[in-house]
Design a protein around this ligand. Sequence first.
Ligand code: ADP
Ligand code: MG
Length: 396
Amino acid sequence: MAKKTVRDVDVKGKRVLVRVDFNVPLKDGRVADDSRIRAALPTIQYLREQGARVILMSHLGRPKDAPDPALTLDPVAMRLGRLLKAPVRKVNELTGPGVQAAVAAMGPGDVLLLENSRFDPREEKNDPTLIRELAGLGDLFVNDAFSAAHRAHATTAGLARVLPAVAGFHMEKEIAALERLMSEAKRPFVVVLGGAKVTDKIKVIHRFLDLADQILIGGAMSLAFLKARGLSVGASKVEEEGVGVAAEVLEKASGAACELVLPTDLVIADSFSEDAATFVVDVESIPDGWMALDIGPATAKRYAEAIAGAGQVFWNGPLGVFEMAPFAEGTRAVAEAMAACPGVTVVGGGDSVAAVNKFGLADKMDHVSMGGGASLEYIEGAELPGVAALPDKEPA
Ligand code: ADP
Ligand code: MG
């Protein structure tokens, strides 16, 4: 069911509290990657053009319930101003008299950024006193932070319960892409799962076993499956708990319509380093002391072919240690096959998205979810509090 959006309400002249996700990586006090800021620009620009007063809220990092100078949103305000080509005022608090005065001084189209919402310990407690203080600053609440929607916090779910609330454009886009993927699957539906841990993604695997036609497994996750099959994985990074989980998944998969595909060859290395000695071996032949850090070329080719023929593809989790060049080829093959795939292609997950960006293929995908944890929880079938709190569109 589609959510009401900023287009469905009158925002002219209103004070609009907008929850965005400006949780960006910082380096030396500057924004290292501004994708998340760019993702919020359509909503911010629309509101400004409509003559709204735009009051932005976001968290950044994990401050320990108190202001942390390393996690101030000051660098974000600077970058946002540059992207908008307009002044962005930033205050050093989330609520209080200083913020009230700054809001009172705003004119139509002005942009104000409040300080990191997690500096206030009441944010993550979804505390009613904080919600009331924030609500007093605005006439309307817009949630454009899909990636924070799996948390029931004051600025995500809380405000939507006390102010008229709608989704922003980025939120709308994320929900629409995932909803289409899960409810109108175009066949064959191919899922690629990799990354670090099976246990992180166990619910996602089960959901896809019910829904997809093929699940292609790679990354460290695949080693837990190979070990569960009784193979020796040498010195590879394997999560012990994951082996039992993988065994259960294999059991369920044997009776499922969905095919679970494991690597047949691997790139192994004698150390976890860029200049390790490397070989390609069959999965049955990992020598003691060696670790598998990527899927092998035969597996990469097979996965790329499966992707090429897919009606839709969802990918989460790198197929190898793509951060190091010798172990990036499996991940690159999957990213390139998706980029060329005529079907619907969706990538989700922090590291997978970083890989796609690194290969310069992001704009070749139908949807790159910035959701991370939220997109996986959505796929699992969980209700996201930040989404659930927004009202549905009225039937036309
Ligand atoms: P995402 O953020 O896309 O959900 P994860 O966080 O689950 O993905 O996993 C990403 C990490 O998994 C990457 O840092 C990558 O280096 C690591 N990884 C992938 N394959 C292996 C492997 N064979 N051995 C060790 N680490 C791996
Ligand atoms: Mg990750």
